[in-house]
Design a protein around this ligand. Structure first.
Ligand SMILES: Cc1cc2nc3c(=O)[nH]c(=O)nc-3n(C[C@H](O)[C@H](O)[C@H](O)COP(=O)(O)OP(=O)(O)OC[C@H]3O[C@@H](n4cnc5c(N)ncnc54)[C@H](O)[C@@H]3O)c2cc1C
Length: 413
């Protein structure tokens, strides 16, 4: 794949028109005035039939799961092998991410956590009954989902320092106590994937099992905070969760057993997240570059447009290098999906690291090119700069990506 197909370009244009008509006029409300992002997102999802696509995929997977449970797995799997359709679907997921991130990266964060992380965790590890009960409304954003691992003292070392504990209640259920912080959609989530440790007598903290639960908003003992005030991505509400003797039946244990969604399940989710960040960065870099080129032509100092200065030209050239690298990464991801191939941890992490750093560099230079105007909210490049910073922090910080890349490379020797 070296460029978007004609049909993909058509869809790209339709999404861009939608974003400019429906999102841009509401930017101040969703970014700065506390208006939740979900209604706009639902409109987008319905307009482009993403809900219908999600429902069809949901039904297909459920049919496969049921066939597998009935012992027909091999036959079904063969029919559903890698296909151009999988690539087409991956492209259809990437295009809205890129287009929305040109203006409001937070919308993609809120949508991605709900549909991809929370819905995706249930679809990949949940039992058939859990999929039927919780997954579809998350995959269509009818309901809002959150995915909660981080705690005040457990960020990069999420498993090592985790304090939230689930204790067996002796009747087949669990009692959960603890807290989670910086949780995307936390304040508004209807369904929460909560990752915690199993409190087993005599087992040292570092050896305790990681277990995950599907919780519903309104459960006794579960409190969801108001949204935090933060540097950027205002259109993605972030908050805290407090758990005080929350009683969860075994039906809420993700995957139906204490071994279903532990350390490796949560790590699998990191890989999905990392790949999506390249598309987010691409949208932001495209927009920052467009605004910068325009300003470099329009703004004159010392009797000529600032774009005539080599120092400004170098910044624009570096923006184009980043844009084309990110574009190629997104195309490679689509191609790999079409062929049913998985990225290695090193590759997914390298992609996330490059995407986050290049978005931050490009957005910072875009502000520089815009001078004083770039420091003003009205210019919109300042928002791109604030929004870009989060890409270097969530879904694994830059430093954690570097460690993951090096570990993966060294382990192959
Ligand atoms: C807006 C936002 C949304 C978020 N959404 C979610 C969510 O939906 N769900 C969720 O569970 N979490 C979420 N998070 C939390 C996020 O994943 C963490 O902030 C992130 O993992 C970093 O953890 P920390 O903030 O505790 O930083 P720390 O782990 O304390 O790190 C602080 C600094 O030290 C560095 N560092 C740490 N260890 C090492 C090391 N061994 N070597 C070198 N450097 C190191 C880090 O890279 C970082 O620069 C969100 C955070 C934000 C800000």
């Amino acid at each position: 794949m070296i460029q978007w197909s004609e049909q993909q370009q058509m869809i790209q244009k339709m999404v861009r028109d939608f974003v400019e008509k429906e999102v841009v006029p509401q930017l101040d409300d969703i970014e700065y005035n506390g208006v939740p992002p979900y209604d706009i997102l639902r409109k987008l999802i319905k307009t482009f039939g993403m809900d219908v696509m999600a429902q069809q995929n949901f039904e297909k997977q459920l049919a496969r799961d049921k066939a597998k449970a009935a012992g027909e797995s091999a036959k079904e799997k063969k029919k559903e092998g890698p296909s151009a359709m999988a690539g087409e679907e991956a492209a259809m997921r990437m295009i809205p991410i890129i287009e929305i991130c040109r203006h409001a990266q937070g919308l993609v964060t809120a949508m991605g956590v709900s549909m991809g992380l929370a819905g995706g965790a249930i679809m990949s590890k949940g039992t058939i009954a859990q999929k039927e009960r919780w997954a579809l409304p998350l995959l269509t954003l009818e309901k809002v989902g959150a995915w909660a691992i981080s705690e005040p003292n457990a960020g990069s070392d999420a498993f090592g320092q985790m304090k939230t504990l689930a204790r067996r209640d002796g009747e087949g259920g669990y009692i959960i106590n603890g807290s989670k912080t910086w949780i995307t959609n936390g304040p508004f989530a209807d369904t929460i994937i909560l990752i915690c440790k199993l409190d087993e007598e005599g087992v040292p903290a570092e050896q305790r099992k990681i277990v995950s639960f599907i919780l519903d908003s309104g459960m006794e003992g579960l409190e969801q905070s108001k949204p935090f005030k933060k540097m950027g991505i205002g259109s993605s509400p972030t908050g805290e969760l407090f758990l005080s003797d929350v009683r969860a039946g075994a039906d809420r244990l993700l995957g139906g057993s204490e071994d279903s969604y532990g350390r490796s399940g949560a790590k699998g989710t990191f890989m999905q997240e990392r790949a999506g960040v390249a598309a987010m960065a691409l949208g932001m870099v495209e927009r920052a570059m467009e605004l910068s080129v325009q300003y470099a032509n329009d703004r004159s100092q010392f009797g000529r447009p600032i774009g005539q200065n080599q120092l400004i030209q170098l910044k624009l050239a570096k923006m184009e290098v980043a844009r084309s690298n990110l574009q190629n990464m997104v195309f490679r991801y689509i191609e790999m999906t079409a062929e049913g191939k998985q990225m290695t941890l090193a590759e997914a992490s390298a992609m996330k690291l490059y995407a986050a750093q290049s978005a931050m560099e490009v957005a910072t230079e875009a502000v520089q090119i815009h001078g004083g105007y770039g420091y003003m909210r009205e210019s919109r490049v300042e928002q791109l700069m604030r929004d870009a910073k989060i890409l270097q922090i969530y879904a694994g910080t830059d430093e954690m990506q570097i460690i993951a890349i090096a570990k993966d490379l060294l382990s192959r020797a």
